[in-house]
Write a protein that binds this ligand. Structure first.
Ligand code: NAP
Length: 268
């Protein structure tokens, strides 16, 4: 049944913190069939906010999330958190299963290497740091490392303190978590290829360490690494709960519209 303005909008929760979540929120700004709320963890200072209701801060675990979903009569949840935000996804899956709420995972595709790339995959940041500390490999000589793994995940690299680290993050890191030779760059994507190439050349980068976040905004550093024949240590994504999945905000809208229609049919 097509949406009629006379029907009440469907309350939906978007768990955000990504470009995809922002894209979906912008689509929902123009969609009167829905009453969306965007939820942010509240970790990024001055986030870009859409023109829909926004709440910030943790829910207080699965029980807190369930309370919030019940209190706000939410009818569908979109988990559009970052591919590496594994805890929030687990909590969303558990809360939605227990409340019998439909859940959709909106997640951008992973990056794949081409034949010209020199990537080494590792399962987590500790494994990446171990590679850098390995005296028979990357740890043999001091290197200049470009680290784009996030300001809160630098501590493991203290295990390889003889390298120089160029750390790029949106907000400044806590200095006590940093390896001794760390230079911090504060910047928010999107980044472009020419600037990434020039920056990596200027800092004489020997190795790039990044999470396999996917998407376009931060991909140019990998193109620059390719052009410079710079090896990449690629931290792969943690596992996520099994649920319905899409890759784009537009596909998420289609899913939401299907649920809105099904929900309307149930209610009439
Ligand atoms: P996480 O480890 O999965 O979550 C840690 C806790 O933060 C969760 O248990 C939850 O607290 C709270 N939380 C996370 N996302 C939330 C949201 N959208 N709304 C309300 N509470 C949220 O997440 P993280 O890796 O710390 O990432 C935090 C946020 O930054 C996420 O929203 C994510 O999309 C974004 N982000 C993460 C990365 C990354 O590399 N991890 C990169 C870019 C953006 P409670 O248990 O109290 O509910």
């Amino acid at each position: 049944m097509p949406f009629s303005a006379a029907l009440s909008p469907l309350p939906v929760l978007i768990l955000g913190g990504t470009t995809e979540a922002s894209g979906l929120c912008h689509l929902l700004e123009q969609a009167p069939a829905f009453a969306p709320t965007l939820s942010l963890a509240g970790v990024t200072k001055n986030p870009h906010l859409p023109d829909i209701p926004v709440r910030q801060g943790g829910f207080g675990g699965v029980e807190g999330l369930k309370d919030w979903l019940r209190n706000n009569t939410i009818r569908a949840v979109i988990d559009a958190t970052h591919p590496f935000a594994a805890t929030m996804s687990q909590h969303a899956a558990k809360a939605c299963a227990e409340l019998a709420l439909p859940l959709l995972r909106l997640e951008r595709p992973v990056w794949h290497p081409t034949a010209e790339d020199n990537w080494q995959s590792v399962p987590n940041l500790t494994a990446a740091a171990s590679l850098l500390a390995d005296p028979t490999g990357y740890g043999k000589h001091p290197l200049r490392v470009f680290l784009t793994t996030g300001r809160k995940e630098v501590a493991p690299f203290c295990a390889a303190p003889h390298h120089f680290y160029l750390l790029r993050s949106i907000d400044a890191p806590d200095p006590v978590t940093l390896p001794p030779q760390t230079m911090c760059l504060s910047a928010r994507g999107p980044f472009d290829y020419a600037a990434e190439l020039a920056m990596m050349q200027a800092h004489h980068i020997d190795v790039l360490i990044t999470k396999n976040s996917g998407g376009y905004a931060t991909f140019p550093k990998l193109e620059a690494a390719r052009a410079l024949h710079c090896p990449v240590i690629m931290v792969e994504r943690p596992p996520h709960p099994i649920c319905a999945r899409v890759e784009t905000p537009e596909e998420a809208m289609v899913w939401l519209q299907a649920h809105q229609a099904a929900s309307t049919l149930r209610d009439v």
